[in-house]
Design a protein. Structure first.
Length: 338
C-alpha cells in the first residue's frame, strides 16, 4: 500500500507570533512665544497613547495559514506632543484576525489568555504605552515655568501561541482509510481529498449536513488516528485537539479491512482517546460500520458487535446505503438532552 508523506507543515492549526504595542509619544517642553507677551507660560502638549494589539475572531478565516508568514505584529506609536498645547495623536491599533475557535496563550508564561469561541470575540494582548505629559501639566503656583516633560511609556511586547480548535457538532474519528473523507463528502458539500493511502486528510475539513425541515448540523472530518497519537505519533495530538470541541464522536470503523481486525482497530482508537483526555473519551459516541457493500460485510458486522459489545450503524459511504439512518441518528443524539 502506498503511503503518503505526513507533512505537519500543511496542518497549520497553531502558530507562534509576537505582538508589539506602540510606545506612547513624548510630552513637549515648550513655552509661549507670542508678540507682546514677553513672559509666556508653558504650552507643551502631551504625547499620544501608543496603539494596542488585539486578537479578534472573524468568520472570514477557517485556518491560521494567513499568519504563517508574519511573525511580528506591531502597532503604531503615539505622536509626540507639540507647542501651543497640541497633544500628539494616538497610535493606530492592530487587529489580528483569526478563526473562531482560536485559543490565545501567553507563550512565555504558558498561560491561556482567552478562548475566542465565537466570531466577534476579542482580547487585547499588548497594551500601548501612555503618552508622556508636556510641561504644561507640571505648572503650579510654585512652579510657573516648569522645564520638564515626560517621555512616552514603552508599549507592551508579548509572545503568543495561537491554537485553533475547530467547532463542530459531530467529529469523525477512526483509523486512516476508514472512509471518513468519503462519508463527509456524501453527507455534505465538503470535498476533502480522497485516496487509498493513509493520511489523505492532512488538515481538518468542515461540512454542513442539511436535513429536511430546515435541520442542519456541522460535521468535521479530521486526520485519522494511529496508535501513539496521544503522544504525537502520526498527526497525533494535532488531531485530538480538534476533536475536543465536538459534541458527538462518530467513530467510523472499516468493517472489512484488507488487514487487521475491526474490533482491535476500534479498541485502539478508544484507548488513544482515553490516554489523551478522559473527558474526550467520555463524549457521546456513535459507532459506524463502513464498507458494508463489500462481500462478507454482514458477517463481519456480527463478529465486530460480539467482540466489542457495541451496536454499530451499518453503512456504505460509497453507495450511500444507510446514510439517511446515520444522519437521523446523529441528529437525535445531538438533541437528546433538549
Amino acid at each position: 500500500m502506498k503511503e503518503a508523506p505526513v507533512s505537519k507543515a500543511m496542518f497549520l492549526d497553531e502558530v507562534d507570533i509576537v505582538a508589539v504595542a506602540g510606545a506612547g509619544g513624548n510630552g513637549c517642553l515648550s513655552f509661549r512665544r507670542e508678540k507682546y507677551i514677553p513672559h509666556g507660560g508653558p504650552d507643551g502638549g502631551n504625547g499620544g497613547r501608543g496603539g494596542s494589539v488585539y486578537v479578534v475572531a472573524d468568520d472570514s478565516y477557517n485556518t491560521l495559514q494567513h499568519l504563517a508568514g508574519k511573525h511580528h505584529w506591531k502597532a503604531q506609536r503615539g505622536g509626540h506632543g507639540e507647542g501651543k498645547n497640541c497633544h500628539g495623536k494616538n497610535g493606530r491599533n492592530v487587529r489580528i484576525l483569526v478563526p473562531a475557535g482560536t485559543i490565545v496563550y501567553d507563550a512565555e508564561h504558558h498561560l491561556m489568555l482567552k478562548d475566542l469561541a465565537q466570531s466577534g470575540d476579542e482580547i487585547r494582548v499588548a497594551a500601548g504605552g501612555q503618552g508622556g505629559r508636556g510641561n504644561t501639566a507640571f505648572k503650579s503656583s510654585t512652579n510657573q515655568a516648569p522645564r520638564h516633560a515626560e517621555p512616552g511609556e514603552s508599549g507592551q511586547t508579548r509572545s503568543l501561541h495561537l491554537e485553533l480548535k475547530l467547532i463542530a457538532d459531530a467529529g469523525l474519528v477512526g483509523k486512516p482509510n476508514a472512509g471518513k473523507s468519503t462519508l463527509i463528502s456524501r453527507m455534505s458539500a465538503a470535498r476533502p481529498k480522497i485516496a487509498a493511502y493513509p493520511f489523505t486528510t492532512l488538515h481538518p475539513c468542515l461540512g454542513i449536513v442539511e436535513m429536511s425541515h430546515y435541520r442542519r448540523f456541522v460535521m468535521a472530518d479530521i486526520p485519522g488516528l494511529i496508535e501513539g497519537a496521544h503522544a504525537g505519533h502520526g498527526l497525533g495530538d494535532e488531531f485530538l485537539r480538534h476533536v475536543e470541541r465536538t459534541r458527538v464522536l462518530v467513530h467510523v470503523v472499516d468493517i472489512n479491512p484488507l488487514e487487521g481486525d475491526p474490533a482491535e482497530d476500534y479498541r485502539a482508537i478508544r484507548n488513544e482517546l482515553k490516554l489523551y483526555s478522559q473527558s474526550l473519551a467520555a463524549k457521546r459516541e456513535i459507532v459506524v460500520a463502513n464498507k458494508m457493500d463489500l462481500t462478507g460485510g454482514d458477517q463481519a458486522l456480527k463478529r465486530f458487535e460480539k467482540k466489542t459489545g457495541v451496536r454499530a450503524v451499518p453503512i456504505s459511504a460509497v453507495t450511500g446505503k444507510g446514510l439517511e439512518k446515520l444522519t437521523d441518528t446523529i441528529w437525535k443524539v445531538l438533541h437528546e438532552d433538549e
